[in-house]
Design a protein around this ligand. Structure first.
Ligand code: PLP
Length: 473
């Protein structure tokens, strides 16, 4: 096939290197370029297409880093001989419904990528303590741990969580009200099997945590995207848009992804609406532990005198997401309903990791770890913010956030966040586009960047330099 057939269309919003990358990627995926087939040299193609060599170089780098092309020194560059021509390789940011790639992945897996948001610092996890606890747990496997486990979760872990929530989050609950789940998704699915019914309408923050949105929609819920401003969810707009919604999903401590806190008047208005309508509030308290100025805000649940709040927390941020452990706290009046439901439920899986987390909490390691991580993340956030301000300050506007484990930066109008994030992902950077969190008209244009795994200022600077190479001039 001729190189001119792959000439990028000059679409004003998509940089040329991206157009070139997409054309070659699609041609390889569709089998129009065969495994092992030679592609033109950078110099030849640049001259044939009348584009700068740097443009072709950038597209080639992306195709090589994703495994579409292989370079063979003087022998030139070829389509990877290992490339299955169909169904093709993954496209950055691909969503379900695309038929020309690998299945859509909600979360980035494997080694953490620079900037990958939402992850704790893997290098700072106390592995020695964890290994010791794992040995202790395995040595004392008692009959109760070998028998069928309680589908509500391992009792000592539920006790440790109830104690922790009382002290740190102002939530008074008994261990019987705590249900261990497989991640936040497990908590949502359990809610859909108990208090929610397929077809129920709910308010969902917009922008909002898209994996949660997808899970609820898949379980048959109808979601109304309710806009968020500087005070969090706009309760009055929710009341106008869907006054009879049966539930609302909120991230009151750090709205995901904007990082703002739900103000006290809005908290009270939301609780009043739920009381009046007998609606449920699903509080997703996923990373409230990380706040760098002042104390963590109390949970919305701590104000819930009428028992309308179903509270969820996760160990993904405070320990690590590979554990797949989260929890749900239900009102006392619903305890029985949930216990009955989990009896026909696979439960949270093996008791061993639950027993290790329980021991980690009971022996005081959890509180110490959180204290250390709060200090460490304040420093590492500084590395990223400083590098961004110095090296890319004119391109983006860093949003002030009192906490959380990611930085949100809004982009200038001429930069498209999806295009930039796709290019960044193709270049091995874990940046996500803010518009992915937007369920409506893609009015949000920004980047979400994790900082917890930048171990030093030069680490952050090197990553920002790689990102800066992708800006549209
Ligand atoms: C807003 C929000 N809620 C909940 C979670 C926790 O999800 P899980 O427990 O499935 O890791 C995350 C993790 O990224 C999150 O960002």
């Amino acid at each position: 096939m001729k190189a001119s057939e792959l000439n990028p269309h000059r679409q004003p919003d998509t940089p040329l290197y991206m157009q070139l990358y997409q054309r070659y990627r699609d041609a390889i995926s569709a089998g129009r370029l065969r495994p092992g087939e030679r592609v033109p040299s950078i110099r030849t193609l640049a001259s044939e297409l009348h584009v700068a060599r740097g443009t072709v170089e950038m597209a080639w780098q992306m195709l090589v880093s994703e495994g579409y092309l292989v370079t063979e020194g003087a022998a030139g560059t070829r389509v990877s001989p290992h490339m299955a021509t169909l169904p093709g390789a993954a496209h950055p940011g691909q969503k379900p419904g695309n038929t020309d790639g690998l299945p859509y992945q909600m979360h980035q897996m494997g080694n953490p990528l620079p900037f990958q948001p939402g992850l704790p610092a893997f290098d700072a996890f106390p592995r020695k303590i964890w290994a010791r606890l794992s040995g202790q747990t395995l040595r004392r496997v008692e009959a109760t741990m070998m028998n069928y486990p309680d589908p509500a979760g391992y009792a000592p872990l539920r006790e440790a969580i109830a104690t922790y929530l009382g002290i740190s989050r102002g939530i008074r609950c008994a261990p019987e009200q705590v249900f261990i789940t497989i991640g936040y998704q497990g908590a949502l699915e359990l809610l859909c099997r108990t208090v929610l019914r397929a077809g129920d309408r709910g308010w969902y923050e917009n922008p909002g945590y898209f994996p949660g949105r997808e899970v609820l929609q898949q379980m048959g819920m109808t979601l109304t995207p309710v806009p968020v401003d500087k005070e969090g969810l706009q309760v009055s707009i929710g009341q106008q848009m869907a006054p009879d919604a049966r539930f609302a999903v909120v991230t009151p401590s750090h709205q995901s992804p904007t990082g703002v806190a739900l103000s006290l008047p809005r908290r009270l208005a939301l609780l009043a609406w739920a009381n009046q309508k007998d609606a449920w509030i699903i509080e997703d308290d996923y990373d409230s532990e990380f706040r760098y100025h002042g104390h963590p805000l109390p949970a919305l649940k701590s104000l819930d005198h009428e028992q309308r709040v179903l509270y969820t927390g996760t160990f993904s941020k405070v320990l690590f997401p590979g554990l797949r452990l989260a929890y749900l706290v239900v009102p006392r009046a619903l305890q029985q309903t949930f216990h009955e439901a989990v009896n026909r439920w696979p439960g949270p899986g093996s008791v061993l990791p639950q027993a290790m987390v329980a021991a980690f909490m009971q022996q005081g390691h959890f509180a110490r770890h959180l204290r250390k991580m709060r200090q460490l993340y304040a420093v590492r956030r500084g590395y990223l913010v400083e590098a961004l301000e110095r090296m890319a300050g004119s391109q983006l506007h860093i949003q002030p956030q009192a906490g959380g484990i990611q930085v949100l930066a809004l982009l200038n109008q001429h930069q498209c966040d999806k295009t930039l994030a796709a290019a960044a992902q193709a270049a091995g950077l874990g940046i996500r586009a803010l518009s992915e969190w937007d369920a409506t008209s893609h009015q949000h244009n920004g980047l979400l960047m994790g900082f917890t795994n930048f171990a030093s200022a030069p680490d952050a600077q090197a990553a920002v330099k790689r990102l800066s190479a992708l800006w549209v001039p």
